[in-house]
Design a protein around this ligand. Structure first.
Ligand SMILES: C[S@@+](CC[C@H](N)C(=O)[O-])C[C@H]1O[C@@H](n2cnc3c(N)ncnc32)[C@H](O)[C@@H]1O
Length: 209
């Protein structure tokens, strides 16, 4: 059985991604990014940037690095960057679970709708925190399973279907934030009616191993 990250949605169907998933994700991603007070020359990493539906929400005075393992998804993002002449956007292939950047490299490390796709979301979160500067922010948007045991059980029942489409329904917010050296500034649904959850965490100034 295929795991979520092996789904062909992020390769064969990359051309159709924006009109299917993009419609569901774009508004709240833009809303969250636009709520952030970026300062000139700050460095942002977007992990699992996909086709780049978020990219035009970032201000042009920061530097954004977007990584994704799917060459097909990145090709769509690269087309947007080229069409819009975004010199402040850099795109690379990469894996969220082994980020190819030194510790403390970015002011913001963002990731939207990728937590439930990767095989090891805790390792992904650890990597995001590692490459974030002390005092920088981790910004995650995702749907998560309910912590309520009955709802969690119901969520897991549809997992065999969703994992073929490319995501798991088994991941809870606590699974990815517990034990991370971050101070939560937001940990709530994006809006009252939304099923999407936003986490904004400030990386601790000093971390003792
Ligand atoms: C649901 S899409 C989200 C894309 C984009 N962030 C958005 O909001 O539209 C999931 C993305 O995760 C990417 N992905 C899968 N495995 C990954 C990994 N190990 N590391 C980083 N990204 C991964 C897929 O290629 C895909 O682009």
């Amino acid at each position: 059985m295929a795991a979520p990250h092996e789904s062909r949605v992020y390769s064969d169907f990359a051309r159709f991604y924006d009109s299917v998933f993009g419609r569901a994700f774009l508004d709240h991603e833009h809303e969250v990014i636009e709520s952030i007070n970026f300062r000139p020359d700050q460095r942002v990493l977007e992990v699992g940037v996909g086709t780049g539906i978020s990219l035009d929400a970032y201000p042009p005075y920061i530097h954004i690095v977007g990584i994704d393992p799917s060459a097909d998804m990145l090709a769509q993002a690269a087309a947007k960057a080229s069409e819009n002449q975004w010199g402040h956007v850099e795109l690379r292939q990469g894996d969220a679970q082994a980020l190819d950047f030194p510790d403390n490299s970015f002011d913001y490390v963002c990731s939207f709708h990728v937590m439930t796709v990767v095989p090891d979301p805790v390792r992904k979160m650890r990597e995001m925190v590692r490459v974030c500067k002390p005092g920088g922010r981790i910004v995650v948007i995702n749907h998560f399973s309910s912590p309520h045991p009955v709802l969690y059980f119901l969520n897991t029942m549809i997992n065999p279907i969703t994992k073929h489409l490319g995501w798991t329904t088994r991941l809870r917010v606590q699974d990815v934030i517990d034990g991370q050296p971050i101070e939560l500034e937001r940990n709530e649904r994006v809006s009252m009616l939304s099923v999407h959850h936003v986490i904004i965490g400030r990386k601790a100034d000093s971390i003792t191993a």
